[in-house]
Design a protein around this ligand. Structure first.
Ligand code: ACM
Ligand code: ZN
Length: 765
């Protein structure tokens, strides 16, 4: 691969945190499989794989799969087994394809007894999944592997089971891509969605356009830190590279051998700045342009009025099609600002000529024109849910990422849909609220949340079932500054998604999943995956306010462990109080808690959370308008002593979309108030806008209110803290009004949509 490796020391800081003790890890439960199979029955004696065991593969066509099996044995420290074509009486592993044994595509049957292992696939994919199950079943010993006797009949729930990887923001070597493909097949994914082009770099060699290699593949420098920070800081180092067509062929072959389809994504009409830097005539203004050096959504996109844009993209796609045999090609379609099109004579001319009502329709024209081209080559398009705007291309598959609404709308139009709602399926978000977590894109998407996702909630709907192809997890790489960090962010959340994609919903159980996940440790370590073992850490079960106290419930999923805690700021040790019931706080304090295992050893990181107790804690709060579903933990969250964090979906923020905030707190009786405080969030890159006007009012009777404070500007990009000292105001009722920004202005992220107003913890002292 043609790129300069940039070594970063920071990767070693990612904690490898094995939380299970040695004793637990060796007690491998029976069939700790992920994803959980449809049907599994334990039976009889185990089979032992020894140096004398033979692989039986009746025909040559199965020899590459036999080779995979030998590779898996070697990875686990085993010996290579001879591959023969006809069966001995015993001590063999039979691999075969027989569609009469199992009816569902990609299904398999695995029979293990004392004499033999028989793995039968409905098709090559099924056979390979049977071997992945076998890999997860065996327990490697010194001279033999033992495999529990059992019978498994298994097939996937969804026929689309995908994981993406963005290689534009950060590049990963060919060896990493192969490793990723291996991991996807281990967990029975069948699709790798390869995000190859974006504003920050074009990563696929296109021979007809050499400047895509010499210019679009490179950026001058890269943002350091989070994109929300201002001013932006840069590393000053040129960064770039691309995959040669030869490398891509090799990877496509590698994936195909493992029954993984690679769907390439060539972004259009937005996220195209790198291509425009190379070929400025493809943009509305003609440039000059530069490959982006930071993360975001950029105004300069392909010109929709210029026919040479389509010539370029069709020529690019011709080379893409020659490399990727997939039925589906992802053409992006997300986050395309329309500012340039509105000001471009050629775009406007096209719009008038075709009598299009607006620029959304122009985008729809763009996508449909590309769809027609790809359909003529026997391929189908996938696009992000923005392709619904202005009208769907007739045969398009929709990838629903801004929630599920786009997917539902597309299903209603009888289009094929892949669900990947941001709140559940984006693995670039934080997976823990602990402050030590390495920098991530934002939000909070813990493992349990991914696991809880259900794309087809009961009752069954045959239209949904017919058009919902499956699910995908997203691995955007803005903050994946190393291979290790990418793996840390993707795993184990990808395993939760794998189970969602494969296992019948009735067989899913989070607690049981965690048990099986802990048993995957050996396999993941063998595969060199520094996964985030944060799922057993102490988290809140609940935080309630009652009276003037706050009741804090903690939990950990780690079996046979105890939580010890302090509220006096000391470090919890082996003699600190054992947590057994909710901690009741009656004054401002910090809860510190730590987990101790069976051996009384402390495991994991320190849990630490401060609470600010004040006069409104536990007081009734009445909201005039309904909070938006995504940010509605209930009005009591405003007075529970706990403040929302920058990981905005931490269940502490209350959010309003399309309406204003108006909250009235009843302190129960008239009191002297010396101070009011609250927080609002300004994250325009997440459509979160501080109110255009914030008003704090007080009343003695709940009718006549006096304004105490008003603020019209919130300059901080992030959490804006409002602290209002008062001259001993007498009040029983406190009213907070926040006027919503309303519709997001042009040029801003999410322009034209509703702004979110987020507020948390109204402090009354
Ligand atoms: C996306 O996350 N912009 C599809
Ligand atoms: Zn234009």
């Amino acid at each position: 691969m043609h790129y300069k490796r940039i070594y970063r020391i920071a990767i070693t800081l990612i904690s490898w945190m094995p939380m299970t003790t040695g004793a637990q890890a060796s007690k491998k439960p029976f069939a700790a499989l992920i994803p959980m199979p449809v049907h599994i029955e334990q039976s009889g004696a185990p089979f032992y794989i020894t140096a004398a065991t033979k692989i039986v593969a009746a025909n040559k066509g199965l020899h590459s799969i036999a080779g995979l099996l030998n590779g898996y044995l070697a990875m686990a420290g085993g010996k290579q087994l001879p591959v023969i074509t006809a069966g001995p009486k015993e001590n063999y592993i039979l691999i075969e394809i027989d569609s009469s044994v199992i009816s569902q595509s990609e299904g398999y049957r695995l029979r293990i007894d004392k004499g033999a292992i028989q793995c039968t696939g409905r098709d090559a994919a099924g056979l390979m999944y049977g071997l992945q199950t076998l890999r997860q079943l065996w327990v490697a010993g010194k001279n033999k592997f033992s495999v529990p006797g059992c019978m498994i009949n298994d097939h996937p729930r969804f026929n689309y089971r995908g994981m993406s990887l963005d290689v534009s923001r950060h590049l990963f070597p060919v060896s990493f891509i192969k490793k990723y493909i291996d991991l996807l097949s281990l967990y029975k994914f069948n699709t790798f969605h390869w995000h190859l082009t974006d504003d920050q770099g074009w990563r696929i060699e296109i021979k007809q356009y050499p400047k895509l290699q010499s210019i679009a593949a490179w950026r001058d420098e890269t943002l350091i830190g989070h994109k929300k920070e201002s001013p932006h800081r840069f590393d000053g180092k040129r960064y770039g590279g691309y995959y040669t067509q030869q490398e891509i062929k090799e990877i496509v072959q590698y994936a195909g051998d493992r029954q993984i389809t690679i769907i390439p994504e060539i972004e259009m009409p937005g996220h195209a700045l790198a291509a425009l830097a190379a070929y400025p005539r493809l943009g509305c203004t003609g440039g000059p342009y530069k490959t982006a050096t930071f993360w975001g959504v950029f105004d300069d996109v392909y010109c929709a009025g210029n026919d040479s844009t389509f010539t370029f993209l069709q020529n690019v796609l011709d080379e893409v099609l020659a490399l990727f045999p997939s039925r589906y090609i992802h053409i992006g379609g997300d986050e395309c600002p329309k500012n340039r099109w509105k000001a471009c004579a050629r775009c406007q001319q096209r719009k008038q000529l075709l009598q299009l009502p607006d620029e959304h329709a122009l985008q729809s024209y763009f996508i449909q024109r590309i769809e027609k081209y790809l359909n003529s080559k026997g391929r189908q398009i996938i696009g992000w849910d923005e392709i619904l705007e202005g009208g769907l291309a007739p045969n398009a598959t929709v990838m629903s990422w801004r929630g599920e609404e786009g997917g539902k709308a597309a299903i209603a139009q009888h289009h094929r849909v892949i669900m990947t709602p941001e709140a559940y399926c984006y693995f670039d978000y934080y997976q823990s609220l602990y402050p030590e977590e390495p920098l991530a894109a934002g939000g909070y998407t813990p493992l349990q949340k991914v696991y809880s996702y259900e794309p087809l909630p009961a009752p069954a709907d045959s239209v949904n079932e017919q058009f919902l192809a499956g699910v995908e997890g997203q691995a955007w790489s803005e903050y994946f500054t190393s291979d290790a960090k990418a793996l840390y962010m993707i795993f184990p959340r990808a395993l939760a998604l794998a189970e969602l994609a494969w296992t019948p919903p009735g067989k899913r159980n989070y607690k049981n999943f965690l048990q099986r996940l802990r048993a995957q440790k050996t396999l993941l370590q063998q595969a060199g995956v520094p996964y985030a073992a944060t799922f057993d850490e102490i988290v809140f079960q609940s935080v309630h306010s009652a009276g003037n106290t706050v009741q804090v419930s903690l939990q950990s999923a780690l079996p046979q462990s105890i939580i010890r805690y302090t509220i006096d700021n000391s470090e919890p040790g082996s003699e600190s109080a054992v947590y057994s019931k909710p901690i009741v706080l009656s004054k401002t304090a910090t809860v510190k808690a730590a987990l101790f295992d069976e051996q009384k050893q402390r495991v994991g990181r320190l849990f630490k959370q401060s609470f600010r107790l004040h006069k409104a804690v536990g007081a009734p709060v009445v909201l005039q308008n309904k909070a938006v579903d995504r940010f509605n933990p209930g009005p009591a969250v405003l007075v529970n002593g706990l403040t929302g964090s920058s990981r905005y979906n931490d269940s502490q923020w209350l959010g309003f979309s399309g309406n204003d905030l108006q909250a009235v707190i009843d302190l129960g009786q008239q009191q002297t108030v010396h101070r009011l405080a609250l927080q609002v969030l300004n994250y325009h890159w997440q459509r979160m806008w501080a109110p255009v006007c914030l008003q704090l009012l007080a009343s003695k009777d709940g009718h006549l209110y006096t304004e105490l404070y008003r603020q019209d500007a919130f300059p901080v990009n992030g959490i804006n803290k409002v602290e209002v000292p008062l001259q001993a105001v007498q009040a029983r009722y406190i009213k907070v009004i926040g006027i919503n920004k309303g519709v997001i202005p042009g040029g801003e992220y999410g322009a034209g949509g509703n702004a979110l107003l987020l507020i948390d913890e109204i402090v009354v002292e």
